[in-house]
Design a protein around this ligand. Structure first.
Ligand code: NAD
Length: 347
């Protein structure tokens, strides 16, 4: 940290699987940049379970309560069993209602010129954990039932967040994505609330709406019609991964979980257990998440320097293996060598 740099306390969770590798690479770049963050390192997920702790330890929650700011590697939740997703629990604990996932073409690939932000409602919909078994013809587990619950307040909050963000960033259009033709009450409420609020933004923002299945098709055949998408939890989860695919894959998409109590920045991807411990994961998504975190605390100049260095590195053909298939002459780098290349391009 250079002299005169602001010091901002922030919680660091390195995460599971590839988490420690991509976090190590991101911290190296942030150090070289002279980042303001003073880290309080905490644990979670499978790493915490292996230490005999709850997957979301109290110390981790207390740290985020204090700093109101975190950079987080991916956390795994054992499938099945009684564990609830740590990621979902974190969102609930800090009321992180908005999940913002921007996808922009950095390296031209199958699609060029993509610049789409998915704003996903992060607390409601199909992700409330309100599930139960129902007996069918004597089978006590004959039906698995999950409740989809969208509230008027929740819809208002995420839609206003997306519209205000779009106006602030000078974006041209917001598309409200829904499935109100089938899920008439839950998805219908979201759509009607959004279109009602859209009237307040007339003249400042174009707002349209689209059914989720049509959106999935249009994203592939005509992605240029999209600018900002706002949608409910499950649709946002799926569509943001699809949009990631348009710009080269999950290794490139940052994410911010923004709430009333805190903000937590993380990559969209998971723990990638298939490549963990091999020093070949792409740390770009977490580095870009760190750039968003710098913007969040008002350090725009450093955020821009970091983004420019990442773009320069990728465009010069220095990439991790997951991006080797994109056009151009490519030098495949390890996670740690890629971090060194980004540092060299910080200028
Ligand atoms: P995943 O995102 O971990 O992996 C999907 C595929 O993408 C894999 O082939 C992986 O190798 C590749 N990939 C992902 N990130 C990459 C990167 N940075 N560089 C190169 N390749 C990358 O998805 P999954 O396999 O469905 O999930 C694994 C675990 O991660 C699960 O336990 C899941 O619950 C968890 N998860 C956590 C988060 C989070 O913490 N926010 C998000 C999604 C999944």
């Amino acid at each position: 940290m250079t002299e005169g740099t602001k010091r901002i306390p922030a919680t660091l969770i390195k995460g599971d699987g590839i988490g420690p590798e991509i976090t190590g690479a991101t911290l190296a770049v942030l150090d070289a940049l002279g980042s303001p963050f003073v880290w309080d390192e905490q644990t979670g997920g499978e790493t915490a379970i292996a230490l005999g702790l709850d997957p979301l330890p109290d110390a981790t929650l207390e740290s985020i309560r204090r700093t109101k700011l975190a950079l987080k590697g991916p956390l795994g939740t054992p499938s099945g069993g009684s564990y609830r997703s740590v990621n979902v629990r974190l969102r609930e604990a800090f009321n992180l209602f908005a999940n913002v996932r921007p996808a922009r073409t950095i390296v031209p690939g199958r699609y060029d010129g993509i610049d789409i932000i998915v704003v996903r409602e992060n607390l409601e919909g199909a992700y409330t954990g309100d599930e139960h078994w129902e007996e069918v013809e004597g089978d006590p587990k004959g039906a698995g039932v999950a409740i989809v619950r969208n509230t008027r307040k929740g819809a208002e909050r995420i839609v206003r967040y997306a519209f205000d963000m779009a106006v602030r960033l000078g974006r041209r259009k917001v598309t409200v994505v829904h499935k109100s033709n089938i899920i008439k009450i839950a998805s219908g409420l979201f759509l009607s609330v959004a279109m009602e609020i859209a009237k307040e933004y007339e003249g400042r923002l174009e707002v349209d709406s689209m059914i989720v299945d049509a959106t999935a098709e249009r994203l592939v055949t005509k992605p240029e019609i999209f600018d900002v998408i706002v949608t409910t939890n499950l649709f946002g989860d799926i569509l943001s991964d699809q949009v990631a695919g348009l710009v080269g894959g999950l290794g490139l998409i940052p994410g911010g979980n923004i709430g009333t109590e805190a903000a937590i920045f993380e990559a969209v991807h998971g723990t990638a257990p298939d490549i963990a411990g091999q020093n070949k994961a792409n740390p770009t998504a977490l580095m870009l998440s760190a750039a968003t975190m710098l913007d969040h605390v008002g350090e725009h100049e450093k955020a821009t320097r970091l983004r420019n260095a990442i773009e320069k590195t990728l465009q010069s053909g220095q990439r991790t293996g997951d991006l080797a298939r994109l056009p151009g002459t490519v030098t495949v780098l390890s996670t740690s060598d890629y971090a060194k290349a980004v540092i060299a391009n910080l200028g």
